[in-house]
Structure formats: C-alpha cells, structure tokens
Design a protein around this ligand. Structure first.
Ligand SMILES: Cc1cc2nc3c(=O)[nH]c(=O)nc-3n(C[C@H](O)[C@H](O)[C@H](O)COP(=O)(O)OP(=O)(O)OC[C@H]3O[C@@H](n4cnc5c(N)ncnc54)[C@H](O)[C@@H]3O)c2cc1C
Length: 491
C-alpha cells in the first residue's frame, strides 16, 4: 500500500460532477491544494446528462431586461412548486441558495460558461431560468479546464469506498485506484459530491415509494455512495423517501438534436450566447424544439384526451391515473402510448402540446413526427400496429377495445418510467458541514450538490444545478479560507 503522506491535500473532493468540480475549482482558486477523486473514467456525472438550466435571482441577465428580483421572492416562489412539502424543509439552506445564486452565475461566467435567458418558469413570478449554452457539457468542460489551470489533481477511475477517521473527525478517504486501495489525507476537509441515489436498487427499495422502486434511473451511476459513507460516519439522512417522479420518458434520439451536437468551444459558446440573448425568442423556438422532442416527458393530458398506455407486450394495465408509477410496476418498465389520428391532430395545435419547456416553447405532435420519426408508428388496425411494434396482437386489440380510440391508430414510443434524481440527502448546515442526528457537525466532513441538499427538496427546473454549483463554490471558498466570514466555521 502506498504511504498516505504521498496523497495528502488540503481538500479532497469525492465526485467530479457539477458540485464537485465547483468545490475543487473554488478551493484551488483560494490557494488550497486539492485532490478530486472520480469513480468513473471521466468527470461529468448527472450534471453532464442534464439540460443545464440554472435558476437564480438578481442576476445581471435579469437587470439587463429590467427585471427586479430578490432572494426573498425566489425563496417564496420555490415553495409554490409544492407548498405543503417544501415550506419549511430547510429554510436556511434555501435562503443561502437564493442569496448566493446570482454570484454563482457570475462565477461560472468568469470561468467561461455562457448562458441564455432569463426564461420564465411559472410559478416563478419573474423570468429566472438561465440556460447553459449550448448544453450541459459546457459546465464540465469549462470547470475541468479551470481545475487543470489551478493545479487541482484530478484522478479518474478512483472510487472512494471508505472515509478515514481519527477519533470523531474525518481526516481522509480510501479510494480504489487501478484496483489498489490508496489513502488520501485531507488537512482541511473531505467534500462529498457524489450525487443522488436513483441508480442504487437497494436504496430505492429501502427508501422510495413503491411506484419509484422499479423505475429506471436516467443515470444508473448515481449510486448513493456518499450517502452511505456519511451515514457510516454517523450522519443524519433526510427526506430519503422523497422524489419528484418517476416520469414517462422517450429514449434518446438516435440522431441527437442540434443543441446536443454543438461543440463546447469557448469562443463558439460566447458567440452563441450573444446570439441567443439578442434575437427574439420566436427565432430560437425551432432550436429549442429539438431539445424538447429529445429530452422532455410527454404530458399526462394525452391520457385525459383518450390516449392509453400499454406495456411491452401490448397489454393495458391501468387507467393512466399515475401512468409513470403504473408503468414502472410492470416488468421491464417500458411500453407505448397509443392514440389515434384524432388525438394526434388535437395535439398539433394549442392549447394542447405533447411536451414543453415552460414559458420557452411547446412541442406538438407534428414536431415529434418530424423530429423523432423513430418514436412514431401508425397503422389502420390494432393487428397491423401490433405487428409493426412486435406486440402481442390480441393483447393490443383488447387494450384498444377498452378505450375510446378509433381506427387510424398511432403509437408513440417506446416510453419508459424513469427517475431523474432522488431528493433524499445528508443533513448539512449552511457551511455544508455534515451533521449528526443531534445537530452536531462531523469534523472534517462536508457534502454538496445532490448528496448535500440537507433536506432541501428542489422541485422545479434549474434548482438542482443552481444548488450543486452554489454549494460547491461556497464550500470550496470556505475551505480555502477565501471567504473569511465562513472559513472559521468550516474548519
Ligand atoms: C435528464 C436530466 C436532466 C436534468 N436537467 C436539469 C436541469 O436542467 N436543471 C437542473 O437544475 N437540474 C437538472 N437535473 C438534475 C441535475 O443534473 C443534478 O441534480 C445535478 O447535476 C447533480 O449534481 P451533483 O454534482 O450533485 O452530482 P453529479 O453530477 O451526479 O456528480 C456526482 C459525481 O460523483 C461521482 N461519484 C459518485 N460516487 C463516487 C465515489 N464513491 N468516488 C468517487 N466518485 C464518485 C459520480 O461518478 C459523478 O461523477 C437533471 C437531471 C437529469 C437526469
């Protein structure tokens, strides 16, 4: 085994998604020696799979549009996404996020991340959603460049499996690198930035409601390892049974949309940012639609207008009251939406739409027919449709007979019941110190991003990335001592 002192640093960050990279960059900026350990062969995590929206209040983008906004208003509006659940969940952390979100946006821009916006997303009272340009890989590419420039030692294929302790304090981690366990000592702190636990079947079974247990995780590598490490060190876990979903989702397009294909070159992102922020929103809609038909969930109102959901054999198994939960309970968790030409025509024009990025654009059935022909199958009879989709003919016939659908059938899919992220997290205070059930801090241990939500539940777009980047930046700055107001408490 290698001598531990070979691998010492001021700050050890576990996980190289958005929150971990932010923590590493901010700590290194403040002069700390930083090691970042990532279990995958590459950094990115769920952050790199996301759409990349970041919700923030009081930003320069808002001011440029004459929008006055405050942290107080952002806190209140975040509650409105689910008032009984969210009001009072973690008020100090929510306030911290709201207060610091605009500075986080500036900090990311300082590191070369470009944004478009702000876009409206009701019930936010003013436009607050800032979208990264051209896609979420930009966060990772720019922060990785900054980490390299600032001397962060990033080690990939390095899974942290244990925390090292001295008495009650966490002093380092053990990571498996190239099959060998190595000790990494941290003089100032270990930051858990390991994301959520949606990819861990045992944790889903132990904590989540039945409808979510068998749903497919979008990121199967979200294994909740940081939750386990913190719990083993005595941390409290909060709201482990909460999540917003599952949701019906189509598979990624075999031909990625324009926004997904654009390179993340710094100069190109800057030009794209200038264009996106100066042309009228209507001109951007076609580009945004390519994103909608690739990434967004189909609306439940299709079912209210008569569409049905069948499983991968063609059988209808529920009444589409909670379609994603019903589908996840079926073996395989995937199936097809069945509609007819009448419903398809309704969803070709407002007020109906198949999917939306609220306040930005809507995607209609015709947009799917054009942009995702791989998802659309039409047939005159149930038998013909079953044949084309490889479903059981009599099962599909029975399913259609139980509905109000009329000949001229259309299938959309396959569609799966998927988990975006889980909300359950490690208890933390406003310095991101990990807390025991009695409220005392575990010395030397910090948590950020998904694992470090501290019981704050983040319904709505742009809040998870906003929190990941904000909590990472703040803990990095505190551990480097570059925020004197917070540094003393963090040690
Ligand atoms: C399809 C999709 C779209 C989304 N869109 C948005 C959006 O537009 N806006 C928004 O706000 N949120 C969005 N989200 C949610 C958001 O992306 C995540 O909540 C956020 O990026 C989490 O960041 P993180 O740094 O906490 O975790 P991650 O980005 O998942 O990073 C965790 C990293 O830790 C590594 N790791 C884990 N365990 C270990 C270990 N033991 N040792 C070493 N490394 C480890 C992982 O491999 C990973 O790289 C979306 C999510 C999905 C799935």
């Amino acid at each position: 085994m290698t001598n531990p002192s070979d691998h010492s640093a001021d700050v050890i960050v576990v996980g190289g998604g958005g929150s971990g990279l932010s923590a590493a960059v901010a700590a290194a900026e403040g002069g700390a020696r930083v090691v970042l350990l990532e279990r995958r062969p590459f950094v990115g995590g769920t952050t790199a799979l996301s759409i990349g929206s970041l919700t923030a209040a009081g930003t320069s983008f808002q001011r440029r549009r004459g929008i006055t906004d405050t942290a107080d208003d952002l806190v209140e509006d975040m509650w409105k996404f689910d008032t009984p659940l969210l009001t009072g969940d973690a008020p100090k952390l929510r306030r911290l996020y709201a207060t610091e979100s605009a500075t986080t946006l500036d900090w990311l821009m300082h590191h070369g991340v470009s944004f478009a916006g702000p876009f409206p997303e009701p019930p936010h009272r003013v436009p607050r959603m800032h979208n990264v340009i051209p896609n979420s890989r930009t966060y990772i590419v720019r922060l990785k460049e900054a980490a390299r420039r600032l001397g962060v030692r990033t080690i990939t294929s390095a899974e942290v499996a244990e925390l090292m302790s001295e008495g009650d304090a966490v002093v380092g981690v053990t990571a498996t690198v190239d099959g060998e366990p190595l000790h990494f000592l941290a003089t100032r702190g270990v930051v858990l930035a390991t994301g959520d636990f949606s990819g861990n079947a045992q944790m889903r079974q132990a904590h989540l409601p039945q409808g979510a247990v068998t749903a497919l995780p979008i990121n199967p590598d979200s294994l909740g390892i940081g939750h386990r490490l913190a719990a083993n060190a005595g941390a409290e876990l909060k709201h482990m049974d909460t999540l917003f979903g599952p949701q019906l989702r189509f598979p990624p397009s075999p031909k990625p949309g324009l926004l997904d294909r654009l390179p993340t070159w710094r100069w190109l992102c800057r030009i794209e940012g200038l264009v996106a922020n100066s042309v009228p929103p209507a001109l951007l809609r076609p580009v945004v639609k390519s994103l909608l038909v690739s990434h967004m969930s189909p609306t439940d109102s299709l079912f209210r207008r008569g569409a049905i959901l069948v499983d991968s054999t063609g059988e209808r198994f529920g009444e589409e009251q909670s379609p994603a939960e019903e589908l996840s309970a079926r073996t395989g968790g995937s199936g097809f939406l069945i509609l007819d030409e009448r419903i398809a025509a309704e969803f070709d024009i407002p007020p109906h739409h198949v999917s939306t990025a609220p306040g930005i654009a809507f995607a209609y059935f015709k947009d799917y027919r054009k942009g995702r022909p791989d998802l659309i199958t039409a047939a005159k009879t149930p038998a013909e449709l079953a044949g084309r989709l490889g479903l059981d003919g009599s099962a599909l016939e029975g399913a259609i007979a139980s509905s109000s659908l009329r000949p001229g059938f259309v299938a959309m899919g396959p569609v799966s019941s998927m988990l975006t992220v889980t909300e359950g997290s490690v208890a933390v205070d406003e310095q991101q110190r990990v807390l025991r059930p009695n409220g005392t801090a575990i010395s030397g241990l910090f948590a950020v991003g998904g694992v470090g939500q501290g019981g704050m539940m983040l319904k709505g777009h742009g809040h998870h990335i906003g929190w990941a980047m904000t909590s990472g930046r703040l803990v990095g700055q505190a551990l480097a001592g570059s925020r004197p107001d917070r540094a003393a408490a963090a040690r």
